[in-house]
Design a protein around this ligand. Structure first.
Ligand code: C2E
Ligand code: MG
Ligand code: MG
Length: 349
């Protein structure tokens, strides 16, 4: 009977064996060991190999660039001994304690139809008016580098770790609003509420308490809930959403167009804003269907009294189409990537 090792260090180029192929074999055998891949090739190859391993269900403990320094090797082995694959229950708990999380902010640009003075906003000017921003969580791991939310939020969600993370986000966001306020900068801000947090009936009260203690007007805060989350437990989501609204917060349906919610359900929920998912927006100008879908979503949302934000705007062509469709707010790399607080402040000036 074979014994399963606790750690495997796998070189991607071995004389008689292909490391990528070996990852597949390990996956097929249900290997539970921590796997570290090594390679002399560039970092991208290492990253791809790590992702491949993860997709095969392996416990990937990262990649190491060759030649290895003694320090790197020690750190990697220590992490394994302490079972510190960063994306693990103890890894996230430690990160919360050690304050390894922080927020970036992505500007949202208003291309709204008319300004207060009644003139149309000129989009060609490049002088984009900032409407608000979205707070996005980041994890700066001491050895694992920058970890993006898509790699740990779903894990945290599945392992009951969202409460401390959401608390962190709400506190950090409110603190930032206070700091900006002292400089006379008062943007609105969106933050993401995960599906399970959505069914936490205390959320509206905690958020209200936080804002009140800091003197932040509730209508500056927008809770973003994905379409799928809102529809998973409709009753509880409705409860939370309604109470958020009653307290004066705004609520946005996020990633709209990826789920399967019926439009009828959408109309029953008290959303103030609808964010069209980037997978649809990025196809604008390329896929005829994307245009049709976007047009009907915008019309529907407007008829239901919601503002529309398009996410994933990357090109001028996309901006032009969305302006023609009378989309209200745009967010995307074409304007700005998510940035840190001081930079958002500069953008707003
Ligand atoms: P989301 O809420 O839909 O956030 C938008 C994501 O799209 C962000 O990725 C942003 O960087 C990215 N994005 C914006 N413009 C463009 C563009 O033009 N092109 C492309 N390719 N991407 C663009 P990010 O920051 O990696 O966040 C991914 C997701 O992680 C978020 O999607 C959200 O669902 C989740 N997330 C982020 N922060 C938090 C958080 O604090 N709490 C919770 N529960 N979830 C969070
Ligand atoms: Mg969002
Ligand atoms: Mg989204």
């Amino acid at each position: 009977k074979s014994v399963m090792p606790t750690a495997i260090m796998l070189d991607l180029q071995m004389p008689d064996l292909d490391g990528v192929e070996y990852l597949r074999i390990l996956g097929e055998r249900g290997c539970t060991a921590n796997v570290i891949v090594m390679s002399g090739f560039d970092a991208r190859i290492l990253k791809t190999a790590v992702r491949l391993g993860e997709e095969r269900g392996l416990r990937m403990s990262g990649g190491m660039q060759k030649p290895l320094s003694m320090e790197t090797l020690k750190q990697g082995l220590n992490d394994i001994r302490r079972n510190q694959n960063p994306v693990s229950v103890p890894g996230i708990q430690l990160a919360v304690r050690e304050k390894q999380f922080y927020l970036q902010y992505q500007p949202k640009i208003r291309i709204g139809r008319e300004t207060e003075t009644g003139t149309k906003l000129s989009l060609a000017s490049g002088d984009w008016p900032l409407d608000s921003c979205e707070a996005l969580i980041r994890w700066r791991h001491p050895t694992g580098g920058l970890i993006m939310p898509d790699s740990f939020i779903p894990f945290a969600e599945a392992n009951e770790l969202m409460v401390p993370l959401t608390e962190f986000v709400m506190h950090a966001m409110v603190d930032q609003l206070v700091a900006w306020g002292e400089e006379g900068f008062k943007p609105s801000i969106g933050f993401n509420v995960s599906p399970k947090t959505m069914t936490d009936l205390q959320l509206p009260d905690r958020l209200a308490e936080l804002c009140d203690a800091a003197g932040i007007a509730h209508n500056r805060v927008i809770a973003e809930i994905t379409e799928t989350a809102a529809m998973t437990d409709v009753q509880r989501s409705m409860d939370t959403l309604t109470r958020l609204r009653l307290k004066g917060f705004r609520v946005a349906v996020d990633d709209f167009g990826t789920g399967y919610s019926s439009l009828v359900q959408l109309h029953r929920m008290p959303f103030t804003e609808l964010k069209i998912d980037k997978s649809i927006i990025m196809e604008l100008g390329m896929e005829e269907d994307a245009l049709t879908i976007t047009r009907s979503i915008i019309d529907l949302a407007h008829n239901l009294g919601m503002e529309v934000c398009a996410e994933g705007v990357e090109t001028q062509a996309c901006v032009d189409i969305l302006r023609d469709l009378e989309c209200d707010i745009l967010q995307g790399y074409y304007f700005h990537k998510p940035v840190e607080a001081p930079e958002l402040r500069k953008i707003s000036k």
